[in-house]
Design a protein around this ligand. Structure first.
Ligand code: FDA
Length: 314
């Protein structure tokens, strides 16, 4: 119930205005978001690289309805890719198609995305298309397939284990040796398209993970769930696959202990690092995944409010 309410609020412009203007809003976002600028993202990537982790940088933004905004988002990705190359960082980028004009028109979307993936190709880099709500799944995969058919090989997609359709999608993507990131899924979905019970989402995750590890091309196993991680480790060991055949992926600021532990055990780990001013929906989805995070937020807001200042020690 709380999860649904938080996901609902993630799409509400009124709630966005309220939360973004709350005292302490930036502080609360900073646990999950690296900062507002390209340089903030680059700095976070540098630190994570030094800790033996690779990175996927995400310039926050979604559901963009103006051409200027979509073009500006593509421009930011261009700057980002150039900075990653200049600094020789172990980092690629993740983007959302609705940020690039998916809701505006297909030709415009393609123009923005190809600008980004052409430059990524020149830099020998990789671009992941994040997956949004199920209203976009087919369109995203269709758009991806067109680019794939046109010869782009430096792109990959995301599959969500809560969707009932995902086994079929993975089979097809494996056939084409597409790099897939597997996650559980972060949007509010109807029971007709998505599993509702956590046990079903988790069971699906393990099944899809196995298909990707056995037949996929360098999959990204994106989860903080220790049971999913253990199942992956056991499956990989059972198949005697080299650890270099896949990577674990986690979100910036979440389960940093586990991130370090996996690196120390010799696993490839990529951290998804979001940055930018449009952090509101991203933050609310992180709240929905773990409502206990709300206490962290309330604490941050209180500390920076006039009420909190009364009690803060000098
Ligand atoms: P689960 O939600 O069961 O959590 C397991 C444990 O992880 C929790 O008990 C807690 O310890 C910890 N945890 C999880 N979320 C936390 C949080 N927010 N704060 C603190 N602790 C938390 N989704 C999507 O729909 N499209 C996408 O493109 C992506 N992309 C993506 C990339 C990467 C690298 C990751 C890791 C995740 C995504 N996601 C995503 C989000 C994903 O779908 C999912 O919502 C979250 O990863 C949470 O699911 P877990 O697998 O971590 O398990």
């Amino acid at each position: 119930m709380l999860r649904e309410s938080l996901i609902y609020l993630s799409e509400s412009p009124l709630a966005r205005r309220f939360v973004k203007s709350a005292p302490g809003a930036r502080t609360m976002a900073s646990r999950f978001v690296a900062g507002e600028t390209v340089e903030d993202g680059i700095r976070a990537a540098r630190i994570l690289n030094q800790a033996g982790m690779s990175v996927s940088l995400d310039y926050l933004g979604e559901s963009v309805s103006s051409r200027e905004e979509a073009r500006a988002a593509a421009d930011t990705y261009i700057r980002l890719l150039n900075r990653i190359a200049e600094e020789k960082l172990k980092a690629n980028v993740s983007l959302k198609l609705t940020q690039m004009g998916q809701d505006i028109d297909q030709a415009f979307l393609r123009e923005n995305v190809t600008r980004v993936i052409d430059l990524a190709r020149q830099h020998d880099s990789f671009v992941r298309f994040d997956m949004e709500s199920s209203a976009y799944t087919q369109r995203t995969l269709d758009f991806f397939r067109k680019l794939w058919a046109d010869g782009y090989r430096n792109i990959g997609v995301v599959i969500q284990s809560y969707l009932r359709r995902s086994a079929g999608d993975i089979e097809q993507l494996n056939r084409d040796a597409v790099r897939v990131r597997l996650c559980k899924g972060a949007y509010k979905e109807l029971a007709t398209v998505a599993f509702e019970a956590k046990t079903d989402v988790d069971r699906s995750y393990v099944e899809l993970m196995k298909r990707l590890i056995e037949y996929g091309n360098y999959p990204g196993i994106a989860t903080h769930d220790e049971r999913m991680i253990r199942a992956t480790q056991e499956f990989v060991t059972g198949l005697q696959k080299p650890l270099s055949d896949f990577e674990f992926q986690m979100l910036y600021g979440i389960r940093r202990d586990l991130q370090k532990q996996l690196v120390s055990q010799g696993y490839n780990l990529r951290v998804y690092v979001p940055f930018g001013g449009a952090w509101y929906p991203y933050l609310m989805r992180r709240m929905a995944e773990r409502p206990a995070n709300l206490f962290f937020i309330v604490n941050a807001v209180l500390k920076e409010s006039p009420f909190g200042r009364l009690f803060r020690r000098k």
